[in-house]
Structures are given as structure tokens and as C-alpha cells.
Design a protein around this ligand. Structure first.
Ligand SMILES: CC(C)(COP(=O)(O)OP(=O)(O)OC[C@H]1O[C@@H](n2cnc3c(N)ncnc32)[C@H](O)[C@@H]1OP(=O)(O)O)[C@@H](O)C(=O)NCCC(=O)NCCS
Length: 158
């Protein structure tokens, strides 16, 4: 049987160091809203422990032919689920982020058909802005350096 090119699986404790490396990569930090300096390992470990224990957090690892290439996270904040996405530089431009976000949104809406998804995209992050626009997110406002994008479940329902 042929292995599917891209699969999404829930993150586990075994992904702790991988996620630590990814979150501290310069292009990840540059695009965060609140965290701009390198995250210490212990802070990350405690952060991941809470996320893995939280029933409402969707945290998935994207694997291309079995190799981890990125992560997507949906986490409730205020009245929406915020999207956090990262794909390793070598795997970009192949639709991995788009597929990972669609997969995560499908899981979210399976669980809560009314949940709204939100993304905060730095104004100079053209790749990310294009990504969310292609995924049917609408620009709904601005928060400092970031543009707010939202997608309601009705648009997601095929
Ligand atoms: C943003 C990011 C997740 C995109 O990942 P990706 O797997 O390359 O994205 P995809 O291949 O699914 O591309 C989705 C769309 O973005 C476009 N895109 C990807 N890289 C781009 C770039 N450097 N410049 C312009 N558009 C770009 C693609 O062309 C595609 O649009 P199209 O279908 O119209 O061609 C990735 O660059 C990344 O991890 N960046 C660092 C972290 C980050 O910025 N996260 C987002 C924070 S909001």
C-alpha cells in the first residue's frame, strides 16, 4: 500500500524537543504576537504539558512520508480558536500549511460546529496572509502589527 504523502497526528510528549526547536526558530519568533525572545526549555516543557492535558487544544504534527515537517495548533482565546502554524523551511511552498490547517479545522468543527477560527498575521508576513486568504479567512481588523483573519464554520462546511 502506498503511504499517504502527508499525514496529521496529535502531538505527544515525544514531540517536546522538536516543538521546542521549531518555536525558537527565528521565523517562528518573528511572527509571534507576544513572545519575541528565545523561550527557555523549562518554560516550553511546562507550556506543552498544559497543552497536551487541555481537552480543547488541538495540536497536530504534520508528517510528510513519515518525517515531521510542521505543526498546527488551535486554541480557544476570547470568542474564537486561534490558529498557530509552522512548517519547516525545507518543506514550504508545497501546500502543507494549507492542508494542516484544513485538517485541524475539520477536527475543531467536528467537536464544536459553531467554533470560529482566528489568525493573527504580522503585516509583513505575506506567505501567511496569502495562506489564510486562500483558506477562506476574511480580514476583520488590525491589532498593532497584526492583521486579524477569521473564518466562520459555515464557510468551512462543504
Ligand atoms: C506561513 C507558512 C506556515 C506557510 O507554509 P507553507 O506550507 O509554505 O504554505 P502552503 O504551501 O500551504 O502555501 C499556502 C499559500 O501561501 C503561499 N506562500 C507560501 N510561501 C509563500 C511566500 N514565501 N511568499 C508568498 N506566498 C507564499 C503559497 O503560494 C500558497 O498560496 P497559493 O496557493 O496561492 O500559491 C510557513 O512559511 C511558515 O511556517 N512560516 C514561519 C511561521 C509563520 O509565519 N507562521 C504563521 C504565523 S501567522
Amino acid at each position: 500500500m502506498t503511504e499517504p504523502a502527508l499525514t496529521l497526528r496529535p502531538a505527544t510528549w515525544a514531540d517536546c524537543e522538536r516543538l521546542f526547536a521549531w518555536v525558537n526558530s527565528p521565523d517562528s519568533l518573528r511572527n509571534k504576537r507576544l513572545t519575541r525572545s528565545t523561550i527557555p526549555y523549562e518554560t516550553h516543557r511546562q507550556w506543552l504539558e498544559r497543552r497536551l492535558a487541555a481537552p480543547d487544544v488541538i495540536l497536530l504534527i504534520a508528517e510528510e512520508r513519515g518525517l515531521p515537517v510542521g505543526q498546527v495548533r488551535l486554541e480557544a482565546r476570547d470568542d474564537a480558536h486561534e490558529v498557530d502554524i509552522f512548517v519547516i523551511a525545507e518543506a514550504r511552498g508545497r501546500g502543507i500549511a494549507a492542508a494542516a490547517i484544513e485538517d485541524a479545522l475539520g477536527r475543531l468543527w467536528h467537536r464544536d460546529a459553531d467554533a470560529k477560527a482566528r489568525a493573527l498575521v504580522r503585516r509583513d508576513n505575506t506567505a501567511s496572509a496569502r495562506l489564510f486568504e486562500r483558506l477562506g479567512f476574511s480580514r476583520v481588523g488590525v491589532d498593532g502589527d497584526h492583521t486579524l483573519y477569521e473564518r466562520a464554520p459555515a464557510q468551512g462546511a462543504a
